[in-house]
Structures are given as structure tokens and as C-alpha cells.
Design a protein around this ligand. Structure first.
Ligand code: CTP
Ligand code: MG
Length: 214
């Protein structure tokens, strides 16, 4: 199962309260968040291409940081995460694409293998974990509904798609000026293609707030 990866690194990391983009944060291993996420894909021979999406002013710093590899290319980030993905998609050459937050350096190779297995039979899949908390829908400060906890899952990345499918969904969202909070949601909105759930791992957190920096 050959695929391309879009590695999203064009955010600001404002919620971590660092003075710089969190993907440059050094983990205990001595490697940055960005290098750690990148290496997971570069160590997979099925990954034929990694498109790193980053802010224009950070491209040089990223190039200096990472070990050169013929599979790596760069795209410029956009205003929102969705815009960054759309820019990355323009560079993708493979028929399947894995979209991953660079801010999730703890992804395991077992999860990558599970996603690749799912893509043998599906055109859209993503890592999700069952919610351990009860989730409630709230309007104007009052609870309106409580979905059954067994039906509630938390979406992670990678989210993986047939490239032509996710491209067309992104194009339609751009025309409608509609912003989703993840890529799978665009497939839910703009296609009838089922989105397959692949059970992920609690460790695959997105570094977001200061407590996530270890
Ligand atoms: N991202 C991106 N382009 C954007 C916004 C986010 O490529 N315009 C990337 C981030 O670099 C990150 C991932 O999308 O790897 C997930 O987004 P998030 O956790 O929100 O990261 P930031 O936007 O950087 O953080 P914050 O929202 O706290 O500023
Ligand atoms: Mg953000």
C-alpha cells in the first residue's frame, strides 16, 4: 500500500504558550516534535512522499532541521488548518494520502499498519479512540442531549483517503467557504463514501497545551 503523507506544521502553536511554533519543541529523545513525526513516515517504505506544510518564514529553519530525503517536499501553509491541507493536496502525487498533524509525535507504527490494512477495502479511514468521558451536547449553557457513551469517539490523525476523493471534498468546501474541524468531516459532508473507524491509541495526543510538553 503506497501512499503520500501530508504533514501539517504551519500552525502557530499559540495554546502551548511557547515563544515559537510547538513543532520545533525538543522532546526528551533530543529530537523535535516535527522530526519525530516525520521519521515515523520516513521509516515506512510504503510512504513514497512526505509533503511538509509549513509557514513561508519557517521553511528554511525546517530544511536545516531535517535530514535531507528525496521523498520530502514542501508546501506553504494557509490561514486555517483546512487551507493548509488544501495547499498540501496540490502537491500530492500518490493515489492515497495520509493527513497527519505534525503535533502528534507519539503515533505508533502499529497504528500506521492498521490504517494501511483498512485502506485495502476503504477509501476513507481515520484513527479514533472511544470516549472515556460522557459527552453532552450543550446550547446556550444548557444540556440538550447526551449521546450514548459507546457511540462517542474522539478523532485523531492520521486520517487517510483516496486522494481524488479528499481533493474533491476540499474543493467543494472551498467553494462553499465551509470550514470543518477535521478532514473526515469533509467526506461526511460532500460524499456518500463511508468513513471507516480504526481504533487508535491514547498515547497519540496532539500537543496542544503546556501540560502536553514533556
Ligand atoms: N496547522 C497548519 N496550518 C494551520 C493551522 C494548523 O498546518 N493554519 C497544523 C499545526 O501545525 C498542527 C496541526 O495543524 O500540527 C493541528 O493544529 P493545532 O493543534 O491547532 O496547532 P496550532 O494551530 O499550531 O496551535 P494553536 O491552535 O494552539 O495555535
Ligand atoms: Mg490551531
Amino acid at each position: 500500500m503506497n501512499y503520500s503523507t501530508i504533514l501539517l506544521a504551519a500552525g502557530k502553536g499559540s495554546r502551548t504558550h511557547l515563544s515559537y511554533n510547538k513543532v520545533f519543541y525538543k522532546l526528551d529523545s533530543g529530537k523535535t516534535v516535527l522530526e519525530t513525526s516525520l521519521d515515523l513516515f520516513l521509516n515506512d517504505p510504503d510512504c513514497r512522499e512526505v509533503v511538509i506544510v509549513c509557514a513561508e518564514h519557517e521553511i528554511d529553519a525546517m530544511k536545516q532541521l531535517i535530514t535531507p530525503d528525496a521523498r520530502i517536499r514542501f508546501a506553504t501553509g494557509g490561514e486555517t488548518r483546512q487551507d493548509s491541507v488544501a495547499n498540501g493536496l496540490k502537491e500530492v502525487r500518490n493515489s492515497y494520502v495520509f493527513i497527519h498533524d505534525a503535533a502528534r509525535p507519539y503515533l505508533k507504527k502499529e497504528s500506521l499498519a492498521d490504517l494501511k490494512d483498512a485502506l485495502q477495502h476503504e477509501d476513507a479511514c481515520l484513527l479514533m479512540i472511544p470516549s472515556i468521558d460522557t459527552v453532552k451536547l450543550v446550547e446556550n449553557g444548557y444540556v440538550v442531549r447526551t449521546p450514548r457513551r459507546d457511540d462517542v469517539f474522539r478523532a485523531q490523525t492520521p486520517q487517510c483517503f483516496k486522494t481524488s476523493l479528499i481533493r474533491s471534498c476540499h474543493e467543494q468546501a472551498a467553494l462553499d467557504r465551509r470550514q470543518a474541524t477535521d478532514d473526515a468531516q469533509l467526506v461526511e459532508w460532500y460524499s456518500d463514501v463511508p468513513v471507516r473507524v480504526v481504533t487508535g491509541d491514547e498515547a497519540n495526543i496532539k500537543i496542544t497545551v503546556p501540560a502536553d510538553l514533556k
